[in-house]
Design a binder for this molecule. Structure first.
Ligand code: FAD
Ligand code: NDP
Length: 426
């Protein structure tokens, strides 16, 4: 049993949706393109799962957040794929790939062959078991990567109103879920190993603003320790969390956000890997000419930094997917992918954006007791990264522009005094 396509996208997440739209904009014939996804639904904007999806009032539900609404583009419903002659093979896991033969074998036993493959398999959430703690299978221990996880998180949350949640991990999932739990009237304690939240990006000063804000909403922080085990009741539900420092926290539910691993396993030994992802060039092409990789799974050259990176943020996913399609369909015209890293988050009434790299020396600016403040990262006399909370569209554009141009900085203290004016006048 088998089918053949010109183009196959393996994975049906954010990258797949944006790639599909780009294929139709640049011209693809009916029957040429196929998307294979383990998930049972058409590509959707994954960021909605930790935000609008978890709201107690008028929560976001599909079909409202199918790609590509997150970039103010067309919403691609299953009907759209049908109308454009794109084959959506949903609820189907690919269990092996052969890049020499250009075939994929699905768990249902079908062989799908391609001329060009785009790997868009994203990543999976790390499990506590990988850190030696068991209990992930308990019904009130929640992870958040896909729609099924989000649905079960909502169910667990609804059964815990007024109760206690322990959030493990102080990264993006931890911070966004903690805010959503509070909005759902659940008492939250966050536990993470670092000295402050969002340790890979935030400075201690930035982090303390958000931690103070969260504390004002009732969130408790336990830092510098990790969970060591769970207590269970007779039905197998978690009732408490034991920490390595010896303390115990009562828990009606637990949310775990301790990082991800890219889904590379199908291609290990077949394609070159780097920094945990599939290595691609500036055209998003892997070590095999017929295979491209985009999104969370790809390690690509960031021209601005002169080195390769693997990013886990939706803007780079969308843009890398579009660029790969351009490189496939118009190889002579498409240049090298030239990307300015962009991260953001929205929690409670707060909203921040970050551009570039958090390397070198840092200068804080603005009013850290008010609502608009930020930071610049300066390396070798040039601006390489910028962060802003509570900015306007123009202000975010200005810091992005100044960072992309790597504006020269002579006097760090002066740039700190100028704050946003520095970026606005570059
Ligand atoms: P994914 O969207 O993960 O899609 C991968 C797809 O491949 C999935 O459908 C998966 O089922 C499928 N797949 C994998 N292996 C196989 C296989 N063997 N066979 C078939 N199918 C397979 N980023 C931001 O910048 N801002 C945000 O606010 C933000 N919020 C987020 C909130 C949540 C809850 C999560 C989980 C992520 C968030 N992100 C955010 C990150 C962003 O969503 C990811 O960077 C993005 O989804 C990655 O896109 P992708 O297409 O590479 O992978
Ligand atoms: P992150 O990498 O952001 O954060 C993981 C956190 O868990 C870190 O604080 C990490 O500490 C900590 N940690 C690691 N191991 C343990 C452990 N054993 N016990 C306790 N804490 C631990 O990953 P998330 O899970 O938060 O997010 C998953 C993915 O979703 C990421 O790709 C992220 O980019 C994406 N996402 C993005 C959002 C956004 O951009 N707004 C929103 C939601 C998700 P350490 O640093 O020391 O390893």
């Amino acid at each position: 049993m088998g089918r053949a396509f010109v183009y196959v996208i393996l994975g049906g997440g954010v990258a797949a949706g944006y790639a599909a739209l780009e294929f139709t904009k640049r011209g693809v014939s009916h029957g040429e393109l196929c998307i294979i996804s383990e998930e049972p639904v058409a590509p959707y904007e994954r960021p909605a799962l930790s935000k609008g999806f978890l709201l107690p009032e008028s929560p976001a539900r599909l079909p409202s957040f199918h790609t590509c609404v997150g970039a103010n583009e067309e919403r691609l419903t299953p009907k759209w794929y049908k109308e454009h002659g794109i084959e959506l093979v949903l609820g189907t896991r690919v269990k092996s790939a052969d890049v020499r033969r250009k075939t994929l074998l699905t768990a249902t036993g079908e062989t799908i062959s391609y001329k060009i493959l785009i790997i868009a398999t994203g990543a999976r959430a790390l499990k506590l078991e990988e850190f030696g703690v068991s209990g992930s299978e308990a019904e009130n221990v929640c992870y958040l990567r896909d729609l099924a996880d989000a649905n079960s998180l909502v169910n667990v949350m609804q059964s815990c109103a007024g109760g206690n949640a322990v959030v493990i991990g102080g990264g993006y999932i931890g911070m966004e879920c903690a805010a959503s739990l509070v909005i759902n009237k659940i008492n939250v304690t966050m536990v993470f190993p670092e000295a402050h939240c969002m340790a890979r990006l935030f400075t201690p000063k930035i982090a303390s603003y958000y931690e103070d804000y969260y504390q004002s909403k009732g969130v408790k922080f336990i830092k510098g320790t990790v969970l060591s085990s769970f207590e269970f009741d007779s039905s197998g539900k978690v009732t408490a969390v034991n920490l390595r420092d010896g303390s115990q926290l009562p828990a009606d539910m637990v949310v775990v956000g301790i990082g991800i691993r890219p889904n590379t396993s199908l291609f290990e030994g077949q394609l070159t890997l780097e920094k945990g992802g599939i290595k691609v060039n500036g055209k998003l092409q892997t070590s095999n000419n017929s295979v491209y990789a985009v999104g969370d799974v790809a390690t690509f050259p960031v021209k601005l930094f002169g080195e390769t990176r693997r990013l886990e943020h939706v803007d780079s996913v969308r843009k890398s997917a579009k660029h790969a399609v351009a490189a496939i369909l118009e190889p002579e015209k498409a240049g090298e992918f030239d990307y300015l890293p962009f991260f953001y988050s929205r929690v409670f009434a707060l909203s921040w954006q970050f551009f570039g790299d958090n390397a070198g020396e840092v200068v804080h600016f603005g009013d850290y007791s008010g609502s608009t403040f930020g930071a610049y990262w300066i390396s070798k006399g040039h601006l390489v990264g910028s962060f802003l909370e509570g900015g306007t569209k123009e202000e975010y554009e200005a810091i992005a522009n100044a960072t992309r141009l790597q504006a020269a900085v002579e006097d760090l203290a002066e740039v700190g005094r100028q704050g946003l004016k520095f970026a606005l006048t570059v």
